[in-house]
Design a protein. Structure first.
Length: 256
């Protein structure tokens, strides 16, 4: 299952059932779980762990040193969760000691060609990053966030669960859950109704989220005023509570 031209470090832990294609290089302390397929010309650097049933396409670079001037070669890590697809020329850098020490890609992510995930980023389950999407350092994507092609996301920005960011957007503030955002600089364009419906959200849930969205972003209220009004007027289902928790915990500020 390991091609004769591949170079695999003796310290690497490779489960049975892993395939490694021609001219790929596995360096140092790497662990790769069963069912994962590494294509040709892939480089996996030390301190990387790749879960089961992943697919890594040609010319991907996994676990290279972070692009951070403060990085001094310390041991840091990168992790890829079960069932993630990493397409051609994707780059995933390791974490930094000052940023938590790990870059973590969640389960069942789909990283399309030329995606870049910088140091100390974390993505949840089921995230999709289209071609050329770029996450700067310390970005957090919550579960099922979708990022369009050629999107650039600023350091320390969070993108909430089930949010959709349209192609070529520049994102400098947090994107709340369940919404559509697009533009340079990105602004909000309502709920991600199509995406939410595809994920099985009920019409009642969509109606309550729409009401909370209108209060938050269309009535000219401050966040604290909107929080009070939503608590009084909108049924506190888990999705509404998650929206408000995200907004109230923002440190960079919320995209409006």
């Amino acid at each position: 299952m390991i091609h004769s031209t591949a170079i695999v470090d003796a310290r690497a832990e490779i489960d049975s059932g892993v395939e490694i294609g021609p001219y790929s290089i596995i360096r140092g302390k790497v662990s790769i779980e069963s069912g994962t397929v590494i294509g040709s010309h892939v480089v996996v650097d030390s301190y990387v762990s790749i879960g089961p049933d992943c697919r890594i396409y040609p010319y991907a670079s996994i676990g290279a040193d972070p692009q951070a001037l403060k990085f001094k070669g310390e041991e840091t890590h990168a992790k890829i969760g079960r069932g993630t697809i990493v397409r051609e020329f994707v780059t995933i850098n390791r974490g930094t000691e000052f940023g938590g020490g790990i870059t973590e890609v969640g389960e069942e992510n789909f990283l399309m060609a030329y995606t870049h995930i910088a140091h100390d980023c974390k993505t949840g389950k089921g995230c999709i990053l289209a071609n050329g999407a770029t996450l700067a350092g310390h970005v957090i994507l919550f579960d099922y966030a979708s990022i369009g092609g050629l999107v650039a996301i600023h350091q320390f920005v969070r993108v909430g669960q089930y949010a959709y960011v349209g192609g070529t957007s520049a994102v400098v503030k947090d994107i709340p859950p369940y919404v559509i955002a697009a533009g340079d600089r990105a602004t909000l364009h309502g709920l991600n109704k199509v995406g939410l419906s595809r994920h099985g959200f009920s019409a009642e849930t969509l109606s309550l989220l729409k009401k909370a969205y209108r209060i938050l972003f269309r009535e000219g209220l401050t966040v604290s005023e909107a929080t009070e009004k939503i608590a009084a007027e909108v049924e506190q289902i888990p999705e509404v509570m998650a929206l408000m928790d995200f907004v109230n915990s923002s440190e960079r500020g919320i995209t409006r």
